[in-house]
Design a protein around this ligand. Structure first.
Ligand code: PGA
Length: 253
């Protein structure tokens, strides 16, 4: 059985006080609203990890993740943060290959393979992002484009390692734009990706892989998107910065 997951990606937002306030609200609502069967992950900027972890404590099914990690284990790489450090600060997950990292920091499929390896070696669950830009969607080659991202970065993994991966499909044209993919577009891509995973790792492994949707997910559209057979949750940007919206998305399951 694959997990239902809602992950909040704070991106480069929130001061220390704002991060504390948001986390406190989420933890309280999470406990009050008796959330069941949904794994929730908070992915704050690195500098928040320690203080957010203190507030989250050992709340069941509420986890911490990084937004990125280095492809290197340790050493003279100024400004980088290793998977080992993330794990030591209580993170269980790490977002890898977000389209903003791919675009602004020129992260290639090859580099992402090394990041996935670092994450897995340190016992972190990678939330591996994929998704096409608008021109690829308009050209109609989006399925091949996204499948290729998975092939190039993930298909060197052993079956055992692949079983630890979470995928997030995020069409770039839907991120932060308020223009979400329709639930049918999401389902169509998620099904294509699951079939692609099955062609490499077998149907059972593919059926056990959580595939999240991301891109302008909000309380108004989450229920429809999450109702689709191959959509197993969401990677939430903007709406994860508002506790009520984030909780409403979690409650959409
Ligand atoms: P958004 O971001 O929800 O603000 O569109 C999603 C993401 O980039 O992970």
């Amino acid at each position: 059985m694959r997990k239902k997951i809602v992950a909040g990606n704070w991106k480069m937002n929130l001061t220390f006080e704002e991060g504390q306030k948001l986390t406190t609200e989420i933890v309280n609502m999470y406990k009050d609203e008796n959330i069941k069967d949904v794994t929730v992950v908070l992915n704050p900027p690195f500098v928040h990890l320690f203080s957010v972890k203190k507030l989250v404590g050992n709340t069941p099914n509420l986890f911490l993740g990084g937004q990125n990690c280095s492809d290197k284990a340790s050493g003279a790489f100024t400004g980088e943060t290793s998977a080992t450090m993330l794990k030591s600060f209580g993170a269980e997950y790490v977002i890898i290959g977000h389209s903003e990292r791919r675009e602004y920091f020129k992260e290639s499929n090859e580099l992402l393979t090394a990041k996935v390896k670092q994450a897995l070696e340190n016992g972190l669950t990678p939330i591996f992002c994929c998704g096409e830009p608008l021109e690829i969607r308009e050209a109609g080659t989006h399925e091949d484009y996204v499948k290729n991202q998975l092939t190039e970065s993930l298909f060197g993994l052993s079956e055992e390692d692949f079983a630890k991966i979470v995928i997030a499909y995020e069409p770039i044209w839907a991120i932060g734009t308020g223009k979400t993919a329709s639930s049918d577009q999401a389902q169509e891509m998620h099904k294509a990706l699951r079939d692609h995973l099955a062609s490499k790792y077998g149907q059972e492994a593919a059926d056990n892989t959580s595939i999240l949707y991301g891109g302008s997910c909000n309380p108004a559209n989450a229920k429809d998107i999450f109702s689709k057979a191959d959509v197993d949750g969401g990677l939430i940007g903007g709406a994860s910065l508002k506790s009520r919206d984030f909780m409403d998305i979690i409650n959409s399951f």
